[in-house]
Design a protein around this ligand. Structure first.
Ligand SMILES: Cc1cc2nc3c(=O)[nH]c(=O)nc-3n(C[C@H](O)[C@H](O)[C@H](O)COP(=O)(O)OP(=O)(O)OC[C@H]3O[C@@H](n4cnc5c(N)ncnc54)[C@H](O)[C@@H]3O)c2cc1C
Length: 494
């Protein structure tokens, strides 16, 4: 019999051959494509309140309820849905689909998701292909999960139906106005209050829970100097133009990049709608932005770009300009009472230049579900939350960095840096072997870090290390908890 191989502590892909053959490289006995129905229930079952039924809140509800926790979601909106009239698309990268599909979301996505065959980087002026990432079949083969694009409303609806099937209770029209972190309680605008063992606030970028946890250390969202117009175009209009029809031949992502601007495009809703995010550097105060001139302003920003792109931009009938904000460097996400925490955009809103904001929220939910499933008694909840916070802060703040870096890499003016960048992407366009790329979707190291990441496995690894460091202390009962904290701090050199 072959010896058991332990997961290496250094970055390596040398054991991928085992995963390809579905042989465990000691991931604590876990199979990456678990059947949701067969997932073991957590040993300690909690009553959990989630505030916010956005993509992050619902994904977290699923991750927790499939482990047996009782989950109630409170949403301020009078009805559910991410049905935005403009800019309706979202990418679901492989690090997110791996989790979602293992939770059974495939049945709820049905045919609503699209798997683009690749992502092309195009020169701003003439649409010449300067970079290319092959998504199909590479991402499925390498990372064990597909790369999808989808209408936000369809994604949201799939999460909602899956959550309901798992027994999650969702209340709409419930605006949380106050938190009591010590009591694990929230109070609604109508005076009703809810109490849980744990309150998870997935209440978005303007989170009031963040304020409750951080008090005077709360950080406001900061302007990144980037803004985006979001829009959709009827594909029939594009199809009707022979110069543009190539864009619809195969499902694909196309991104034009140039000085201070870029335009990301792909089709969604079963090929019926063409989704566009048109981004540009803008340091002006959003309070001065005018909705009535948005289309005209957008035309000005891109008037001298690839004439084919300009044609499509002229087909846009409605748009909204969004400021792209960051929340970063928070000292903590978990209240000292260990009964309230934040995740998703509330904890790490980022520019969408890696298309990973919602994926990070899905990973947060997965990490929390995993951390809470590893404990064997209630006194270990603080340790589970500490592991969750440690793993998720590192990952999501690194993803913010990668996202902002794309804003720099893509926006070079024509000149030496732009030429060096395009040169660095040439091998991938020519189908040649390469060891690095200026395209972070293709760069082999970034690719593995971004898409090969498994949030559940990562938490299990860190928990395993903490467990090993703490030894038998962890196995002691409630009374030993204070000792556990003391020893834990010593083990970490605090
Ligand atoms: C232009 C653009 C493109 C993007 N593209 C991608 C992409 O391709 N891929 C990707 O992964 N991400 C993308 N993102 C990021 C993604 O949209 C967000 O990261 C994600 O939607 C955040 O989800 P969330 O649940 O944390 O927050 P939100 O979506 O903001 O949800 C918060 C929810 O909480 C509710 N709420 C707030 N306060 C209260 C309260 N007091 N009481 C009760 N309910 C409350 C709100 O009503 C809302 O429903 C993009 C973002 C932008 C701006």
């Amino acid at each position: 019999m072959a010896p058991k191989i332990l997961e290496p502590s250094y970055p390596t892909q040398s054991l991928q051959f085992l995963r390809h053959h579905n042989i465990s490289a000691s991931q604590n006995g876990r199979n990456e494509n678990q059947d949701s129905a067969k997932v073991p229930r957590a040993a300690v079952l909690l009553n959990i309140i989630i505030v916010g039924a956005g993509l992050g809140g619902l994904a977290t509800a699923i991750a927790l309820s499939r482990r047996g926790h009782t989950v109630t979601v409170l949403e301020q909106a009078p009805a559910l849905g991410e049905a935005s009239p403009v800019g309706a698309g979202i990418q679901i990268p492989s690090n997110s689909t791996r989790l979602l599909l293992s939770w059974g979301l495939g049945d709820f996505f049905g045919s609503k998701v699209t798997e683009p065959e690749g992502m092309s980087f195009l020169r701003w002026q003439n649409g010449e292909k300067i970079g290319y990432t092959k998504l199909v079949p590479d991402f499925q083969e390498n990372f064990g999960a597909p790369y999808y694009v989808v209408h936000r409303a369809h994604f949201h609806d799939a999460l909602y139906r899956c959550a309901l099937k798992l027994g999650v209770i969702v209340h709409v029209g419930c605006k949380v106005e106050a938190y009591n972190a010590d009591a694990g309680a929230v109070q609604l605008a109508n005076g009703v209050s809810y109490t849980g063992d744990l309150v998870v606030a997935a209440d978005g970028i303007n989170s009031i829970a963040r304020r409750e946890i951080l008090k005077e250390n709360d950080k406001k969202p900061t302007a990144t100097g980037f803004a985006a117009y979001r829009a959709t175009v009827d594909v029939e209009k594009i199809k009707a133009d022979p110069e543009l029809a190539w864009l619809l031949e195969k499902p694909s992502l196309n991104i034009w990049i140039g000085e201070d601007r870029h335009v990301m495009t792909y089709t969604i809703a079963g090929g019926k709608s063409f989704n566009m995010v048109l981004s540009h550097v803008d340091r002006s105060d959003p309070a001065t932005w005018r909705a009535d001139t948005a289309i005209e302003d957008m035309h000005k920003y891109f008037h001298d770009w690839d004439p084919r792109l300009v044609k499509i931009i002229r087909m846009i009938e409605r748009t909204i300009k969004w400021p792209l904000m960051n929340i970063t460097g928070l000292p903590k996400w978990v209240a000292s009472s260990n009964r309230l925490l934040i995740l998703g955009d509330a904890a790490h809103a980022m520019v969408p230049y890696m298309s990973q904001g919602a994926a990070m929220a899905v990973e947060d939910g997965a990490a929390l579900g995993e951390a809470l499933s590893l404990i064997s008694h209630r006194a270990q909840v603080p340790l589970a939350l500490e592991v969750f916070e440690q793993v998720r802060m590192k990952r999501s703040y690194q993803m913010q960095e990668a996202s902002l870096l794309n804003g720099n890499i893509w926006h070079f003016p024509d000149g030496p840096e732009q030429r060096a960048r395009d040169e660095a992407m040439r091998p991938e366009v020519e189908g040649k072997h390469f060891l690095s790329s200026a395209n972070q979707w293709s760069d082999p190291v970034t690719q593995w870090w971004a898409y090969g990441y498994n949030a559940e496995t990562e938490v299990a690894k860190v928990w395993g290390r903490r467990h090993a460091a703490l030894g038998s202390v962890l196995d002691e009962s409630q009374n030993g908890f204070e000792r556990l904290k003391v020893n834990g701090n010593q083990a970490n050199g605090h």
